[in-house]
Design a protein around this ligand. Structure first.
Ligand code: GLY
Ligand code: MN
Ligand code: MN
Length: 464
């Protein structure tokens, strides 16, 4: 299966399917509370100013609100009446004083045409609407704790539930519909082109920040002005810091560049990592490590299909890592014993991947950050993967002295590590390769088409 079956541009000409999401959320709530009736209430993010400044904090819509409205505008509210399946969006009214500064806000007519909602009212109508709906017999308002403004009144409702709505939205978000998949694919297409622009610019660049600039510029020129997360542009040993964000080191004398960067499209994320040689030629050591990580990713992707245990896919990444490091001589001994000792966590200290969607680290994965087993502690998804979920597959191998030194000092692990051989690899820093995969009934579709073949990477960097 390939992305050719996803007609992104045609699908995205339609509306974001907010009401279908609301129906699924109500189904989830009714699976927990069979006779649930009343309203779903959600507040969007309000516009806020930076501390000691009259400049706005960059706006980021609340994901729960986005999921049930598709509205990426500040200071909006949603009321969804369960019995009639009718949604009403409340938008800011015209404030005459701010028009000269900010222009006219979205009008109710424009909002109705643009979004999948049944009615649009000014937010001055919010409380009267809640009072009317709350007066119905036995009505419950379902809202999210700490996401209700003081000015909003739920007084008329018999019951208030601040628990199940957030949970329902988090769980429903796991399975993406066609529209959401198209949004992620679009973010991925833009990011893939931006990754290529960085490859083409790396030989001319002198500092990590120039590459960050190329990536951000390429995304913005394609219409993606927001990033899904801060770019990680890490040269040499900096790549061993997983969420390195300084992006300000000189490139001279370094072997690899790890670029973990992804754009956002209508609030949906791409999350893509590529690692490549700054000079256009891998060294023997960096090529060897790259090949192992690529094999880890290929083998893990081959396991993907509906129902696969993500724990098992993650363990497979460790197995391939152990085999690869044994072949290099960095590890020595029996592969099963090394896996049982968890020594490979010295080189692969993070989880294989996470759900992707409205958030880069999307909801519904049920991680267990207090798992005593070090190889599972940072695994953000601990479930069998359903068809329709989108997950990152991002194996890596890192040579981080701070992480590895305690293993070298612990006889339980040091007997499996050849320190002399390891010494040849510190300058490789880290290699990660990260793609975004849609799980299907029989397999998966890779939504990422950024270049990762090592020969092709070299060719593009060298411009040959
Ligand atoms: N970019 C963050 C991550 O890969 O999880
Ligand atoms: Mn990721
Ligand atoms: Mn990433």
């Amino acid at each position: 299966m390939s992305t050719a079956n996803i007609d992104v541009e045609t699908i995205l000409r339609g509306k974001y399917p907010a009401k279908a999401h609301a129906k699924r959320v109500v189904e989830y709530i009714r699976s927990k509370i069979p006779d649930a009736t009343g309203v779903l209430y959600l507040e969007g993010r309000s516009d806020r100013l930076l501390e000691d400044s009259d400049e706005p904090i960059p706006f980021r819509q609340r994901r729960a609100f986005m999921y049930l409205t598709g509205v990426d505008v500040a200071d909006c509210f949603l009321v969804y009446d369960i019995a009639s399946a009718r949604s009403t969006l409340f938008i800011p009214p015209v404030d005459p004083d701010s028009v000269i500064w900010s222009g006219l806000p979205l009008s109710p007519e424009e909002a109705l045409a643009k979004y999948d909602v049944d009615a649009v009212l000014p937010s001055t109508e919010l409380n009267p609407t809640l009072v009317r709906l709350g007066a119905a017999p036995n009505s419950t308002v379902f809202a999210i704790a700490d996401r209700v403004s003081d000015a909003v009144t739920f007084l008329e409702f018999n019951n208030k539930d601040f628990t199940v709505l957030g949970e329902a939205i988090d769980e429903c978000r796991v399975i993406k519909d066609e529209y959401e998949i198209s949004l992620i694919r679009k973010a991925s297409q833009i990011s893939g082109a931006a990754h290529k622009a960085v490859l083409e610019g790396v030989r001319e660049a002198k500092n990590e920040y120039e590459l960050e600039g190329i990536f951000l510029g390429s995304c913005a020129r394609q219409g993606a002005k927001k990033q899904a997360y801060p770019s990680i542009v890490a040269s040499g040993r900096a790549a061993a810091t997983l969420h390195y964000v300084h992006n300000d080191k000189e490139l001279a004398g370094k072997d690899l560049l790890l670029l973990d960067a992804g754009a956002e499209w209508n609030c949906y994320a791409a999350d893509i990592t590529r690692t490549f040689p700054i000079s256009g030629r891998f060294t023997e050591e960096s090529r060897a490590v790259y090949e192992i990580v690529l094999q880890m990713q290929t083998d893990c992707i081959a396991m993907l299909k509906e129902g696969v245990s993500w724990d098992e896919v993650h363990v497979q990444a460790h197995r391939v890592a152990i085999d690869g490091l044994l072949s290099l001589g960095v590890l020595k001994g029996n592969r099963n014993e090394i896996l049982a000792a968890r020594t490979s966590a010295a080189f692969l200290p993070h989880g294989l991947g996470h759900y992707l969607g409205l958030d880069t680290h999307d909801t519904g994965g049920h991680p267990n950050y207090s798992d005593p087993d070090p190889i599972f502690r940072y695994l953000r998804v601990r479930l069998n993967l359903p068809a329709g979920s989108v997950i990152t597959v991002e194996p890596g191998l890192y040579f981080c002295e701070f992480i590895i030194r305690p293993y070298l000092n612990d006889p339980k692990h040091s007997k499996y590590i050849d320190e002399k051989v390891l010494d040849k690899y510190w300058d490789v820093g880290g290699v990660r390769i990260e793609d975004n995969l849609l799980i299907t009934k029989d397999g998966s579709i890779n939504l990422t088409d950024a270049i990762k073949d090592p020969d092709e990477l070299e060719r593009i960097i060298l411009g040959s």
